[in-house]
Design a protein around this ligand. Structure first.
Ligand SMILES: [Zn+2]
Ligand SMILES: [Zn+2]
Length: 132
């Protein structure tokens, strides 16, 4: 990463990296009050930038944020998440075959894609094993 983070961006990203589950903007704010962040707008501004830079992602269905699991390989344009509904664990992955399929569809339809996010919900391996 060549881009310099502001202090607020670095604090927000650090918080997301520490978390084991996605965090809402308000949960991030709660954690960062001691660091002098007081206003939700400060969090949202920092998050916007981090999303732009591909360092963090928004989970649409949870309205929560995660640090990118691999910030250096986001040329692919497809971001996929598997969300465990039991323990809240989120795994980020990417899949070239799925990406190509979606790109073909978009080409055919003349649809101009700005962003593709997939979310799979269910139980992670550990939780699925517990239930069995
Ligand atoms: Zn990512
Ligand atoms: Zn789980």
């Amino acid at each position: 990463m060549t881009q310099e983070l502001t202090r607020n961006q670095a604090l927000v990203l650090g918080q997301l990296e520490k978390a084991d589950a996605p965090m809402s903007a308000y949960a991030i704010l709660d954690e960062l009050r001691d660091d002098g962040l007081r206003a939700p707008l400060q969090i949202y501004r920092a998050l916007d930038k981090l999303l732009d830079m591909g360092l963090a992602h928004r989970l649409e269905s949870l309205n929560a944020f995660v640090a990118c699991a691999h910030p250096h390989c986001h040329s692919s344009g497809l971001i996929a998440f598997a969300i465990c509904e039991k323990c809240g664990q989120v795994s980020e992955f990417s899949d070239d075959v799925v990406r190509d399929r979606l790109a073909q569809w978009a080409d055919r339809e003349g649809f101009v894609t700005s962003r593709t996010t997939m979310e799979i919900r269910g139980a992670c391996k550990a939780c699925a094993a517990q239930a069995a």
